[in-house]
Structure formats: C-alpha cells, structure tokens
Design a protein around this ligand. Structure first.
Ligand code: AP5
Length: 214
C-alpha cells in the first residue's frame, strides 16, 4: 500500500502519518523532515534549503524528488506514506513515474481538511521529539511525562524555526497556490478521500483506518 497525506501546514499530516506507519507497518517519508536534515549540512545546498524552509517557501521540485527517489530505491515491504509530498503538480507527476518504475502505484490520497483559523494555534503550540519524531501540542496534546518524550523518553523536544506567524502566512500561500490544485488531480484518478481535520486526533485516525481497510 502507498498513500499520500495532503493538507495545509498544521492540518495533522505528520501526526496521522506517524500513527498509520505504526498501525500498518508502512514507512513514513516526510519531505519536511528530510529537508530539515539536509539543511543542517554546511554546504551551499544545505544553506539554500534552510533559507527556503525558514521563509516558508517551497524547496525546488528537483531537490525534493531526488530525496524521495533515493528513499524509494531502498524499498519497504509494507509500502510508503508520503507526508507533505507531493506539493506541486510537477512532484505529483514525478511520483507517478517513480512508482511506475518500481512496478507499484498509489493506493489512496487522504486529504485532511481544515479551517485556517485553527492553524496558528496548532503551529505555534507544536513541539516535536527530535529523536523519534513524535508530535506534541502545548495544550491539545501535551507530554504526559514531565519534560520527557512519552514515546521514547528523550529530552530532545524542540519547536521548529518555521513555526511562527510570518512563515505560516507564506506556507499557506504556497499551499493554496501550488498544492491545493492536487486535490483535483487525484480526484480525477478516483483515489482521493477527505477527512475532517477538526475532529479529535483518534477519531480522524479511526476514519483513516476504515478507508485503508476497505
Ligand atoms: P513540513 O514539515 O511538511 O511542514 P507543513 O506542511 O507546513 O506541515 P506541518 O508539519 O507544519 O503540519 P502537519 O500537517 O504535519 O501537522 P502536525 O501533525 O505536525 O514542511 C516544512 C517546509 O519544508 C515547507 O514549508 C517547505 O519549505 C519544505 N518542504 C517540505 N516538503 C516539501 C515539498 N514536497 N516540496 C517543497 N518544499 C517542501 O500537527 C500540527 C499540530 O497540531 C501538532 O502540535 C499536533 O499535535 C496538533 N494536531 C494534529 N492533529 C490535530 C487534531 N486533529 N486536533 C487538534 N490538534 C491536532
């Protein structure tokens, strides 16, 4: 099974991807995480990526598709979850081609639909475990164990540099201009499913499970 999570920044793509990857033994491929890793390298490309992420603009298709291609070559028996990829029509077409080359295809594209009003709170309240990737929120989903990640026990909990109102505005514009048109692309392929991202995390997860087990 290969699935995509589509949705605005803060819609809950990472949260649900992580849950589904554990439930279905799939490999979560988050281009945001991959790019944040790549941005740490002390090279001109690393610096270019870092500037783009911090401003909220999309990184070029060429860089992102190359990262995904490398991961797909490694394979994964349970299939892949594309979290935050594709984000442009060019990326979507490239993904179709890469999957075809690997003699596989997309099973479902899950759009997590959300109102813009809740995004600022979700984004500014978010923090992530840098060791295992677990996603938390100051009020909605706080860690139970004081200062330590519930999932792996790490103390390495951080807020993202691009999680501020200025960057969020650019991220939302990028999403509306370049990523939202993918909804029609996948609708026309008959593999698009939409879930309500305003529901509680576990309810959304239940709906996604039902879609995937159909
Ligand atoms: P990326 O890391 O993908 O960020 P994003 O798309 O902006 O998405 P987020 O990670 O912010 O949100 P999410 O939907 O995963 O929400 P989450 O589950 O964390 O990309 C960052 C940057 O990298 C981009 O701006 C771009 O520069 C670059 N990039 C990445 N991919 C690219 C690509 N393909 N092409 C080009 N450039 C690319 O949840 C958010 C918060 O809400 C959390 O605190 C969570 O606990 C909470 N929450 C989740 N679900 C719920 C719920 N149902 N109810 C209440 N709270 C909830």
């Amino acid at each position: 099974m290969n699935i995509i999570f589509l949705g605005a920044p803060g819609a809950g793509k990472g949260t649900q991807s992580r849950m589904v990857s554990l439930q279905f033994d799939m490999l979560q491929l988050s281009t945001g995480d991959m790019l944040r890793d790549a941005s740490m390298s002390d090279t001109s490309i690393g610096k270019e990526i870092s500037t783009m992420i911090d401003s909220g603009e999309l990184v070029t298709d060429e860089i992102v598709v190359t990262l995904i291609e490398e991961k797909l070559k490694q394979g994964h028996k349970g299939g892949f979850i594309f979290d935050g990829f594709p984000r442009t029509l060019g990326q979507a077409i490239a993904l179709d081609q890469l999957l075809e080359n690997n003699k596989t295809a997309l099973t479902a594209v899950i759009e997590i639909k959300i109102d813009n009003e809740v995004l600022i709170d979700r984004i500014t309240g978010r923090y992530t475990c840098l060791d295992c990737g677990e996603v938390y929120h100051e009020s909605i989903r706080p860690i139970a164990l004081n200062k330590f990640c519930d999932s792996c026990g790490s103390k390495n909990l951080k807020k993202r540099a691009d999680d501020n109102e200025f960057s969020l505005r650019t991220r939302l514009n990028e999403h509306n201009d370049k990523t939202a048109p993918l909804i029609d692309y996948y609708l026309s392929k008959g593999i698009l499913y939409t879930v309500d991202g305003l529901k509680p995390i576990d309810d959304i997860n239940k709906e996604i499970n039902e879609i995937l087990l159909k």
